[in-house]
Ligand binder design. Sequence first.
Ligand code: KG4
Ligand code: ZN
Length: 360
Amino acid sequence: MSKDVLILGLESSCDDTAAAVLRGPADAPDILSSVVIGQADLHARYGGVVPEIAARAHAERLDLAAERALEEAGVALRQVGAIAVTAGPGLIGGVLSGVMMAKGLAMGLGKPLIGVNHLAGHALTPRLTDGVAFPYLLLLVSGGHCQILRVDGWDTFVRLGGTIDDAPGEAFDKVARLLGLPQPGGPSVEAEARRGDPARFGFPRPLIDRPGGDMSFSGLKTAVLRVRDRLTEDKGGLTEQDRADICAGFQAAVADVLAAKTAGVLEAQDGVTALAVAGGVAANATLRGRLEAVAEAAGLPLLAPPLALCTDNAAMIAYAGLLSFEACVTSDMTLSARPRWPLDKSAAPLVGSGKKGAKA
Ligand code: KG4
Ligand code: ZN
């Protein structure tokens, strides 16, 4: 088995159609291309991802994404050594589109097929970008995910915390909607918060004093709704300053909860080499600041991969596939799409569904 194998990765579990070409070996990986075709325009008018529209768009665009990725990498399809594809968790229609395309390619080329867990892709990204040694702790925070994971090996993950309701990105998006700010909510709430007073409304820090890694963000969103309605009733509407203060208060509460829970979990772990953060919410400067303090107090580096690799992409799927390939673990034509697929088989299932479908 050639160690400098070329892996074609495919990702279609939510609203990004992505393809990437990665060259091994896994201890010196090289991302030759990473193409992401977003679908925000298709879903914008519905206020969330519509699974049927997403699945159709993936089916229409996956070959285009793969073609572009191969072209940008300067690689011919026949040179690809294996096909890695997200096989779950996510929206079933989109995952199926990816799995079917990967099966067709693998069969046509006579090359191995590797079904990858989307969360493993996120969890292994700090190793792809920074070569961090196992075990490390990862806070994965996006519109669909909220988990604290200890990454012990390429296929060994322990879930030490997570949300019991909304994911933080989902909460940012809902708060933006409540305040009439544009989507995605994270960047617009963060921009408003810059001019705001985080202490004015004294928003709650749900579950912060409870031991363990459970988190909750839906009550915080309700607290924002109450403040908005009270101000509207009292004064007939929100001023610019009210909006900025609500955003600053909400953002500080989310960052405090995530930092406190991560610190608590980290304290109980021996021997982890780094704290890493991934997912779209990792772009938030207030959160990064809090996490830097947590890592520093624990004497660990904070690793935050570049944003394009933090959010959904296929390079992370190709990398997880490469690790699997090097361990001689591949899939066969019975590979199926799994809407739910927890990384940590021993952890209780996460409840609820986010915009990406089942939480895990
Ligand atoms: O990882 P991602 O691109 O897609 C999902 O898997 O969900 O994350 C998108 C989420 C959105 O909910 C968005 O509002 C949030 O990440 N986000 C942010 C920021 N930038 C994006 N949240 C807080 N602050 C930001 N600067
Ligand atoms: Zn994701």
